[in-house]
Design a protein around this ligand. Structure first.
Ligand SMILES: O=C(O)CCC(=O)C(=O)O
Length: 305
């Protein structure tokens, strides 16, 4: 990405050298070849499919969401609501439940092209997690590097995530970043197998997620607060898209390290992340059902460490 001179994640300036930073490789050319898609997913840990989803549906879903956010007082009315400019001072609030009143978003994520994609990839009937992570990211820091497994590995480990932009997301608004090949790092095996809701019954003072020493135990599932250090420590690049567009979808495994860029604009970044798996494999009980329990007290699980 030769036009970029400075990018940050969690305030950390990323190393943009060619070996440490780059563009996601699109896989839209492989859509009719599930075997090739599976091979690429195994190899890189992600599949970037630009323009795959129904863009009309994305626009409808975004319009409903913007109206909801306006009602919650999160949008600055000095600008057109369609621009989604953040009310200042920005006060983020949990928005995951908003999908319940957003029919186009439900259709986008739970029917049609999204499900067809996974049915072809798994060559089997698909189930999705009932919980949808709605990202309503105002100006400020992006998401710290992590893998999804530490939050949702009580079912199959063949679980996949769709990260779905609901608007055009340029690097100043803060799109998702992926570390290709990170899902195969043996040195992080202990971290990958962690569970943020577990605790040691025999060692009450030990952090539930006792990650590998050189990164240090954080306990909240985040791998580090320094995304730039991770580039050199793991000797892997961060990849992103210079411009995510409505209709794009980015799929990745539960062991693929990802995070996001800071939002340095005045607008709210809108995207979702949702999870899909083969319908016949076990599903993590925290994220399914009419009222998923999520993290917290009722999800705690004791173990001998
Ligand atoms: O959108 C973001 O900032 C983070 C998304 C994420 O962590 C995920 O898709 O698992």
């Amino acid at each position: 990405m030769p036009s970029l001179t400075r990018l940050t994640s969690l305030g950390d300036e990323l190393d943009l050298a060619q070996s440490r930073f780059g563009s996601l490789i699109p896989s839209d050319d492989l859509l009719d070849d599930p075997l090739a898609l599976r091979r690429r997913l195994d190899e890189d840990g992600y599949l970037y499919i630009p323009g795959y989803l129904d863009t009309d549906l994305v626009h409808q879903a975004r319009n409903v969401l913007l109206a909801q956010l306006d009602e919650l007082g999160m949008i600055d009315r000095a600008y057109p609501i369609a621009d989604g400019v953040a009310q200042q001072p920005w006060q983020g609030q949990p928005c995951h439940h908003l999908i319940e009143e957003n029919a186009p978003l439900q259709e986008l994520l739970h029917q049609g092209r999204m499900i067809e994609f996974y049915e072809r990839l798994f060559d089997f009937q698909v189930r999705y997690f009932d919980f949808t992570w709605m990202r309503v990211m105002g100006p400020g820091h992006g998401t710290a590097p992590h893998v999804d497994s530490v939050y949702m590995n009580r079912g199959t480990n063949h679980l996949l995530t769709s990260w779905t932009p609901l608007m055009e997301i340029t690097t100043d608004i803060g799109g998702l970043t992926i570390m290709p090949g990170s899902h195969r790092l043996d040195r992080l095996k202990k971290y990958y197998e962690g569970d943020v809701d577990s605790y040691c019954t025999n060692k009450p003072n030990r952090a539930p997620l006792d990650v590998h020493e050189w990164i240090g135990p954080l306990g909240d599932g985040k791998l580090t607060q320094h995304p730039a250090q991770l580039q050199s420590k793991l000797d892997l690049p961060w990849l992103t898209a210079e411009r995510y567009r409505p209709g794009d979808v980015l799929v990745f495994s539960i062991y693929t390290i990802h995070g996001s860029l800071d939002n340095r604009s005045n607008r709210i970044r809108l995207s979702t992340d949702t999870r899909y798996q083969r319908a016949d494999e076990p599903a993590d009980e925290r994220w399914i059902g009419d009222e998923p329990i999520g993290h917290g007290r009722s999800a705690r699980k004791g173990m001998i460490c």
